[in-house]
Structure formats: structure tokens, C-alpha cells
Design a protein around this ligand. Structure first.
Ligand SMILES: [Mn+2]
Length: 418
């Protein structure tokens, strides 16, 4: 489905008067506080969030799946869907590919298609957590950590293949999520399985181009329900440190036990120069894959507060990766992704409003009350006019969800893909 910029502009006409009113009021308030609205809006134009190729269709649980209509089947169709999102919000200008779910038949052609849609290739993701039909060895008892050398070799080779595909499309990073672990006490030797994993990762690392990064992604449990080899950020950091400069840790917000202080983990990884990037989602219990910001927007804000504090520059200028990793079981995946990107950028905009000098002063004076006032003053500011202004400047929709619905995007996709 192609979106005409004129169509977006005429949709914006309905909201522009109210937007100007809101934006002018907010701008003058923020300028009075000493903030540069122009700079913040510019950064909101530049900051992009990658859409994972696996999030464009309805997910499911192990109990069932209720597929929607008009969903993309080929990787080319998935790219078109991301192009659609990007045309509407001008904030989703990147794709994160999953191999082997998305092996483009003609990678060079796909690269051209992405360029035309204004989409870059973010991290490529390998998959050693399920068996593929033509696979020689099974990953039932692990992949990179497996006791059998030939299984480890197969898993290493797969990751090298993923790097090769990534090189063709212009990706600069590989995300390795290891589902390896054990189901029962005593089943697996903790130290040996960790060492075998490290050795396998070293073999992959050797094939990583000089300007690439390798992200290790931790997860406390699932699919392994007794132990995971890379169960927490500590293990992930150990691996990244042992591997070298081109390795860093990926933080998936859902991959933490309930109530974990994720913002503190983020701060610690930045301090050690080992933050690689994010998989954004939200959760109530564990890896629930809910829409970003649907449940804990304050936590998301606190994470961005640490990112802004630790980066010392605009986040769009860091080499950290920004990706969504969520499933959509109830909502239209594209509407869910529009909401997710919006929530991420709201949290970022709020974090840019924090009076850092005043916060530091409060921290040095052990003034917990003042520190809370400063953080929540930023968090409780309605920054949506800043995001809308950034979208107007980028030729996108003031109201992305309304546009998506009014333009009958899903209906058009259903008709196109019948
Ligand atoms: Mn993830």
C-alpha cells in the first residue's frame, strides 16, 4: 500500500489548529525552563526505532493463534508494512531481520526496496532455538552450549551465515539470543555449559566484520525452566567482556524477573561501555511481549533518563540499537507498533526535559524529595505536542493511529494480499 504525502497533509488539516495551540503553550513553558525546544524536536525527528520483521503478523501463545487478515507473508511484504509505518510516523526507519524466518531470495533487490522506503537494516538475528526442516542436528538439548561438538559447530555456522546475509543488506550488528539451558536440576554442568557457549561465541566473533557489533541477549527462563546459560545481565556482561570490543549486551525489557531494577542495569552497562541496545516491550509477569509503555510507562521513562544521563549526547548519535520485540495476539500488529514507537519517543522526550543540574544537586544533598519532584515534573509533562511537531516537520501524521484507521490501511492490505 502506497501512502501519498498529500493524503497525510490533508488528514493533518483536521488537527493542525489544535496542534499549534498545544505546541505554542508547551514550547513557551519549556523555553521558560531554559530548554531548547528546537533541539528537542530536531532529535525527535532523527531518533528512529527498528521494527522486527517477526512483529508484523499476529503472534500467539502455545495454546493458540488467531491470525489477522492482510498479514505479510514474504519478507518483501514485511518491508512494505514497515514502509507504511514509517510513512505514517517517520520514526520507524529501520528493520531487524530474523534468519531463517526471513531469508530474502534476492538480498540486493531487498536492499533497494528498503532504500526506496527510507528503511535501514538494523541488527540481524540468528535462530538456534528451534530446529529447521533441513537441519542435521537437533537443538533439543542446546545449541552453542551443546555437549556434542557437531551441534555447536552447526550453530556457529548458522550465525556466520546470518552475518553474511547481514553484510549484503548493510546491517552492522548480530543479535545472539541463546535459548540454551536446562529443564531439571543436575541436567547440565553450569560452568562447562557456560565455557562451551563462550568458545562458540568466540568462533562467531572471529567472523564479525571490524565495523560490526555482536549483542548477547540474556533471559532468566523460558524456554528452559530450570536454568538458562545466559540468565542475567551479569552473565551477558561476562561474555561481552571476554569476547572483546565488538561485543556488548542487549537489554530486552521483558527478559527480567518481576520488579528487577532495569534502569540500574542500564546505567551499569553504560558505565562499563557494554550497552549494545534494546528490545523494547512491556510486561506484567515476565516476557509477556505487551505493547511498549502499555503497563509501566514510568519504568520506561526512568530507563531513558539513565540513557540520556549516560550517553552525554543525543541518543540518535550513539551506536546503541533500538528495536521493538513484542508479539501481538489481540491488536492489529501495525496499530500496536505505532503505539509502541510513540511510547518509546514519549519516554525519550520526557527524559530530555529532566533538569540534570538540579537533579545532581539534589542527589549530592541527599534530598530524595527534591529528586523525585524533578523526575516527576518531567514525567508528568505532556510531551505529545513535541512528537507531533517532529512528525509534521518530517511529513508524517499528527495522529498516526487515526490516520491508519481513516485511510483504511488494514482494509487495503487485505484487498492487496487476497
Ligand atoms: Mn528479545
Amino acid at each position: 500500500m502506497h501512502i501519498d504525502k498529500k493524503d497525510i497533509a490533508s488528514h493533518n488539516d483536521k488537527y493542525i489548529k489544535q496542534h499549534h495551540k498545544n505546541f505554542e503553550y508547551l514550547s513557551s513553558t519549556l523555553e521558560d525552563e531554559g530548554l531548547s525546544v528546537k533541539k528537542i524536536v530536531k532529535e525527535l525527528v532523527d531518533y528512529q526505532v527498528a521494527i522486527p520483521s517477526w512483529a508484523l503478523s499476529t503472534g500467539g501463545t502455545r495454546f493458540g493463534r488467531f491470525p489477522g487478515e492482510g498479514e505479510p507473508v514474504t519478507f518483501e511484504q514485511k518491508l512494505d508494512d514497515i514502509g507504511l509505518l514509517h510513512a505514517i510516523n517517520a520514526s520507524s526507519g529501520a528493520v531487524s531481520m530474523h534468519i531463517p524466518w526471513d531469508i530474502p531470495k534476492e538480498p540486493k533487490k531487498v536492499k533497494k526496496q528498503a532504500e526506496e522506503l527510507g528503511i535501514k537494516f538494523d541488527a540481524v538475528n540468528s535462530n538456534t532455538f528451534q530446529d529447521q526442516p533441513d537441519q542435521k542436528h537437533s537443538y533439543k538439548f542446546g545449541s552453542l552450549c551443546h555437549t556434542d561438538k557437531s551441534v555447536r559447530k552447526q550453530a556457529v555456522e548458522h550465525n556466520i551465515e546470518v552475518i553474511e546475509v547481514g553484510k549484503i543488506v548493510g546491517s552492522k550488528s548480530l543479535t545472539v539470543w541463546l535459548a540454551d539451558g536446562s529443564g531439571f536440576p543436575g541436567q547440565q554442568h553450569f560452568a562447562k555449559s557456560f565455557d562451551r557457549t563462550l568458545d562458540s561465541l568466540k568462533d562467531i566473533y572471529k567472523h564479525l566484520p571490524d565495523d560490526w557489533m555482536m549483542f548477547t541477549e540474556h533471559k532468566p527462563f523460558e524456554p528452559a525452566f530450570y536454568s538458562s546459560v545466559v540468565q542475567d545481565w551479569g552473565s551477558s556482561l561476562l561474555l561481552a567482556n571476554k569476547l572483546g570490543k565488538k561485543a556488548a549486551c542487549l537489554v530486552d525489557l521483558g527478559h527480567h524477573l518481576p520488579n528487577a531494577n532495569i534502569e540500574q542495569i542500564v546505567s551499569r552497562l553504560i558505565q562499563e561501555d557494554k550497552l549494545g541496545g534494546f528490545h523494547f516491550n512491556d510486561s506484567k509477569y515476565s516476557d509477556d511481549d505487551l505493547t511498549v509503555g502499555s503497563l509501566r510507562p514510568y519504568q520506561l521513562f526512568l530507563i531513558f533518563n539513565e540513557l540520556v544521563e549516560g550517553a552525554g549526547k543525543d541518543l540518535s548519535k550513539t551506536d546503541w540499537g533500538w528495536m521493538i520485540d513484542a508479539a501481538h495476539n489481540i491488536k492489529d500488529p501495525l496499530e500496536d507498533l505505532l503505539q509502541s514507537v510513540e511510547a518509546i519517543k514519549i519516554a525519550y522526550a520526557q527524559a530530555m526535559l529532566v533538569d540534570r543540574k538540579a537533579l545532581e544537586k539534589a542527589q549530592e544533598a541527599n534530598d530524595a524529595v527534591r529528586a523525585q519532584e524533578i523526575l516527576q515534573h518531567a514525567y508528568r509533562t505532556d510531551v505529545r505536542p513535541l512528537l507531533a511537531e517532529a512528525r509534521i516537520l518530517a511529513g508524517a501524521a499528527i495522529q498516526p493511529i487515526s490516520y491508519y484507521r481513516d485511510a483504511n490501511c488494514r482494509k487495503n492490505l487485505i484487498n492487496e494480499r487476497k
